[in-house]
Design a protein around this ligand. Structure first.
Ligand code: NAD
Length: 365
């Protein structure tokens, strides 16, 4: 199976591309390697996958040359459009490319003849969408539209794409079920993710493009994102700085370990929705993918404190714009229809994350 993974230098995409290639799929990863967060981490994830800079470019190695000390970010530059081969897996390649590029992406689809597409490339992060909403329109709406068009014209067998638990917005009924009405987003990020579900539905109906949307619930683990709470907390606590605790700690999150997310996503990639089993006979589905074990923020913080062996200094703050009070996934559909079973409980997952955080593999410490 030949699979395109977009967002392949990202937290979820790098692990997914690696595991798909390791089980034998032909994988091409693309990513624009933007600077929303430190690209050293993105290049380090690529290096972990055996992706080196193509010859003649910069230093010839994708390993970051300097760590991030919080000031200037220095990193080797991967040129756009050049295919880089993994030195670890012959069936894994990477190209720096923007999914919103309406010349390069259709050309890539035409040349590579993918069977399936996993779209993880997006402007992520709820809080940043308050500051820079247009970045979300560019990647999550225009970029996603470009993906849909390429899938349509190249007869892609299955498009799987990242949605988000944030689509549940102001809903108060828990656990969140795919059957709940979701019409009250509280951020432009959430609105773009809900839009993706609607756009995918339209293309499934119009062009028989089979698709599955995955509503990810707060993913954490090794190689995680520096803009998300687990890394922000680990970083501040280990450097003796105060952590920001929003809504005075009264928040609930369904934290989901990266391995469970990636294994569940692979199960979904393998299961192409059949029209007869979908609402209105339109071949598209949406699933929650979470841990179904929501925890209080303060309990989450104590797990990180325990794993680090350091007590956190806490800076209690009001609720942030764009944030929701709780996330809590009902994953019965994914379990029954796809066979998903999350394995990693919070304590074990936090220990794995902190072990990585303290290791030399982490380019940001
Ligand atoms: N991590 C979570 O907890 C979480 C929760 C809900 C949804 N999601 C969604 O899952 C997906 C993956 O998230 P992640 O945590 O790995 O985020 P990430 O930011 O680490 O990965 C996304 C990658 O996409 C790339 N990208 C952004 N815009 C692009 C564009 N226009 N063209 C090409 N590449 C582009 C970025 O450079 C980045 O490497 C995203 O769609 C995100 O919205 C993640």
């Amino acid at each position: 199976m030949k699979i395109l993974v977009t967002g392949a230098a990202g937290f979820i995409g790098s692990k997914l591309a690696w595991l798909l290639a390791r089980r034998g799929d032909d994988v091409i990863g693309i990513d624009n390697i933007n600077t929303y967060y430190d690209p050293n981490l993105k290049y380090a994830r690529l290096a972990e996958m055996g992706i080196r800079l193509p010859e003649g470019c910069s230093t010839g190695s994708a390993v970051p040359e300097t760590g991030n000390d919080g000031s200037a970010v220095t990193f080797p530059e991967m040129p756009f459009g050049v295919k880089a081969q993994s030195v670890k897996l012959p069936n894994l390649q990477f190209i720096r490319m923007d999914i919103a590029d309406r010349e390069a992406l259709p050309k890539l689809f035409e040349e590579e003849r993918f069977d399936k597409v996993m779209n993880l490339a997006a402007q992520a992060g709820v809080r940043y969408s308050i500051k820079n909403p247009f970045a979300y329109i560019e990647s999550n709406i225009i970029g996603f539209m470009n993906i849909l068009e390429c899938c349509r014209y190249n007869h892609i067998k299955h498009l799987v794409y990242a949605s988000s638990s944030s689509v549940y917005g102001m809903n108060t009924k828990v656990p969140f079920s795919e059957d709940d009405t979701v019409i009250s987003p509280v951020s432009i990020y959430a609105a773009t993710k809900k839009s993706n579900e609607l756009m995918a539905h339209a293309y499934a109906k119009l062009y028989d493009l089979h698709s599955t949307g995955l509503r990810f619930f707060t993913v954490y683990g090794p190689w995680g994102r520096p803009d998300m709470a687990p890394m922000l907390f680990a970083d501040a606590i280990s450097k003796g700085k105060a952590i920001n605790v929003f809504n005075n700690g009264d928040l609930i999150r369904d934290f989901t370990f990266i391995d469970d997310i990636v294994n569940g996503t692979i199960q979904v990639i393998d299961k192409i929705p059949v029209a007869g089993e979908c609402p209105n006979n339109v071949p598209t589905k949406v699933y929650n993918i979470g841990c179904s074990n929501p925890v209080k923020l303060m309990d989450f913080i104590s797990e990180i404190e325990q794993a680090l062996g350091i007590k956190a200094e806490k800076n209690y703050l009001p609720m942030q714009q764009g944030d929701v009070y709780q996330t809590n996934a009902d994953t019965a559909k994914l379990e029954n229809e796809v066979g998903y079973h999350p394995q990693v409980q919070l304590r074990e997952g936090i220990v794995k994350f902190i072990n990585w955080y303290k290791s030399e593999k982490n380019p940001l410490t």
